[in-house]
Design a protein around this ligand. Structure first.
Ligand SMILES: Cc1cc2nc3c(=O)[nH]c(=O)nc-3n(C[C@H](O)[C@H](O)[C@H](O)COP(=O)(O)O)c2cc1C
Length: 332
């Protein structure tokens, strides 16, 4: 059993989210209590071609362990080669295989959730990766199926368990659903009941109450939090605090939240690859929008965030937002 599930531990994972859960964001989530993290997915073939951008994506710090690196692809040989290369260079705590991505560019390679339509091949890829890295655990992340008429989570769960995967994360939506609608927790519960390996449930978890409810209703061994952490990475701290003391702690002030965003920006721009390629902050605008989404009055600053080029622009947006909120607070 993977150590982070042993002795009744119930780990909270930060879900891998391409273009968002970079090394600095993960650092912050770890400080807030995320137990296990996985890098954004990287294409196995591209990794073996030694693309420096991808090696930046899979980089992590010792403090972030236990840390998994996620790969996607459909060719058992290149998936195995990429996993071996990652283990030799980085010694992650586990290799995670993505069989859930619904993006067209991934589906057209027959990878990600496309593999849910071909469970036999999915098993071959899993087995090849497991055999390539006998010294490192392999885990798998799936969706419930391709569409409502082909829910295959249970079948796929049995296959990957049989091939030697040591945990299974299930995003409770189908490929066709994308990110819409409710996550299908009954299916996740059913698979968690059936498998011997730990099942990590994922989909629309946004509060400590959600965690308690899912703990009561399923046999999941851990949970994975995605979009709720993007706008509010303190969610891990809140959940841990609630599980321990039964109350949610005071949220960070708006000033503290902005301080975190500005600190994050400075750190990410100091990363070697980013610094080389981006002279301004335009590429970070989607991150700013995601990071401020849950804040009071965030809609009003969205336009200004879309104009941010330099750190000074970001600081100005922050000051204006803080001042505006203080003003509306005092006039209440
Ligand atoms: C912007 C974005 C990028 C994502 N990238 C990945 C990825 O690289 N690998 C992966 O397995 N899942 C990826 N996902 C899916 C999430 O890991 C997670 O399964 C999904 O968001 C459902 O969880 P949530 O409802 O808590 O957000 C991504 C999701 C989003 C929104």
């Amino acid at each position: 059993m993977l150590p982070w599930f042993q002795d009744g531990k119930f780990p909270l994972y930060l879900a891998p989210m391409a273009r968002f859960t970079d090394i600095i964001f993960r650092e912050f989530c770890k400080e807030q209590g995320a137990d296990v993290m996985v890098t954004e997915f990287v294409q196995a073939d591209a990794l073996t071609r030694d693309d420096p951008k991808l090696w930046e994506t899979v980089d992590f710090t010792v403090a972030q362990r236990p840390m998994g690196v996620q790969i996607f692809g459909s060719n058992p040989d290149s998936m195995a080669a990429a996993a071996r290369m990652l283990v030799d260079r980085l010694q992650p705590d586990f290799i995670d295989i993505n069989f859930g991505c619904p993006a067209d560019r991934v589906i057209c390679m027959d990878a990600g959730s496309s593999m849910l339509r071909n469970p036999k091949k999915l098993g071959m890829v899993t087995g090849a990766v497991v055999r390539a890295v006998p010294d490192t655990p392999v885990t798998v992340k799936i969706r419930t199926g391709w569409d409502d008429d082909s829910i295959v989570a249970k079948e796929v769960g049995h296959i990957v368990e049989c091939e030697g995967a040591q945990a299974l994360a299930i995003h409770g939506r189908t490929k066709v659903q994308g990110y819409r609608g409710d996550a299908n927790w009954p299916v996740i519960a059913e698979v968690a009941e059936e498998l011997t390996i730990p099942v990590v449930g994922n989909g629309n978890i946004s509060s400590a109450e959600d965690v308690i409810r899912i703990q009561q209703q399923t046999n999941c061994s851990g949970l994975m939090i995605g979009r709720a952490a993007l706008g509010y990475p303190w969610i891990f701290r809140d959940i841990k605090h609630y599980l321990k003391y039964g109350v949610v702690p005071e949220p960070p002030s708006i000033a503290e939240r902005w301080e975190t965003i500005i600190d994050y920006t400075r750190k990410i721009m100091a990363r070697p690859y980013r610094e080389q390629r981006h002279s301004d902050l335009r590429w970070m605008r989607p991150k700013f929008i995601a990071l401020t989404k849950g804040m009071e009055g965030s809609r009003r600053i969205r336009g200004s965030l879309g104009q941010v080029n330099q750190i000074e622009d970001l600081e100005r947006v922050a000051q204006l937002h803080i001042a505006r909120l203080a003003q509306s607070e005092s006039s209440r």
